[in-house]
Design a protein around this ligand. Sequence first.
Ligand code: GLC
Length: 564
Amino acid sequence: MSFHDSVVYQVYPRSFRDSTGNGVGDLRGVIEKVPYIASLGVDHVWLNPFFPSPGRDNGYDVSDYRAVDPAMGTMEDFEELVEALGGHGIGVMVDMVLNHTSTEHEWFRRALEGDKHYQDYYILRPARADGALPTNWVSKFGGPAWAPFGDTGLYYLHLYDLTQADLNWRNPAVRAEVADIVNFWRGKGVRGFRFDVINVIGKSEVLLDAPPGTDDRAMYTDGPDVHTYLRELAAASFGRDPGTVTVGEMSSTSIEACVGYSDPANHELDMVFSFHHLKVDYAEGQKWTTMDFDLPALKRVLNDWAVGMQAGGGWNALFWNNHDQPRALNRFADPGRYRVESATMLATVIHLMRGTPYVYMGEEIGMTDPAYTSIGDYVDVEALNAYQELLTQGLTQEEAFDVVRAKARDNARTPMQWEPGPGAGFTRGTPWLRPANQDQVSVEAEERQGRILPYYRRLIALRKQYPVVSEGSYEPYALDHPDVLAYQRHHEGQHLLVLCSFRAYETTIEVPADFQDSRVLVSNYDDEPTWLASDGADVAVRLRPYQALALLVSCPVRSSLQTD
Ligand code: GLC
């Protein structure tokens, strides 16, 4: 499968490069940076939404699916971008936000005006006999998931913001519209699609309360209809272009469901994003808390998904960062004392795994969360709602701010740091969100003397050069090691052992006998590994702080140490 040796680069256009000086990134800005993107060696660029939108959720509240937001450019700019990237063999992956529309979308407006045809595009329900909301579901951005539908006495469902009304996928007319939207972008030469929160599209006809004490997400997530709808959509649109790459964002999902979405035999999607590995710093499973990350849990989750998806024939999208996540460097490593080692170690974990790696802009130069000092620096609707909610729960302003600082999505959305100086090479004007630390961390500095950017280029190239990386099977290793995340990969007589220390101190780890004659495929330290001998035989290696070490050995006979 072609996407097995691919790497995707994610561009958040609002924050990538502003060509006009208005402080907001745009498509021409991305065009200007095509040579840089091509220099990374990636195969696809996922662009976050650039469609017309009131911007309540930074473009995930789409008001027109077939146009470019004037603040981001024109359709000609988009076409030029497709061509410019295509010239380097790079495809564009467009973000399809099809679970909901903005309440400013024409369909919603017409529905509100009383047009029955469009009313059936949304999920409208009356209040219950006692006046209570139709179900006890909560919005993922805080508050109830239902809002009054004009003065009709009905309520519309919004699993996200009040201005993001859920579409009624049970209605065949909606499914036809959605296929038509995907086909519109196919017509523009697009051969990559990322489907936003696609596993919540399959709501039942009868919507039920979550039983007391249970999670309401179970009432609408991964429903059986999701698979049917995806197969239908694939057959009517992207499935007609061989070579198209698709990824679904799966919220609060399971391995079983994700095998279903991504098993090629099912003709649904190529791969899935899941988020369980990014919840290992949530106290009691709650995002708006602070907690040191739990390394055993992180290891367990990544391993379970690697093993489970492989066993079922599914395929993971591999990632640490995106526009919704604080920077992994701040969460799982030490950006203060070991920024370079941490960034390169984290990259190694992802890039040598079974799946397709995604690099979120700025990750490849070791960008970190900003050190904002006031709630006024944050703009994201989710963070501002959460801050208010935390105050209501009784936290002090300082405590609530600490949580927002650790968890806000704005952490990832700060402008790409191209160069030092006030606008970070992002804008000539005033950036819409303050950059984090461009005087310390920038593309310019990395290109001149950095170690993170060249390391990313190396990892991306390795996936293309070594089938053991792109196609190899996954095998767990040292699951109980307290400091090191490790795994093996095997492919036609090649064997790879990946060892990644998550600690700021030295640690040691045993190495299977077969790897004692191996060579270093890649490491984020330049010196040769330190082997620790016992009875004249090498049995372990010492890993320095945040060291990543990948050992490669070729032996045609399968090793006795392998489990299968
Ligand atoms: C996805 C997007 C996120 C957005 C949400 C609602 O999770 O990645 O940015 O807010 O869906 O569309």
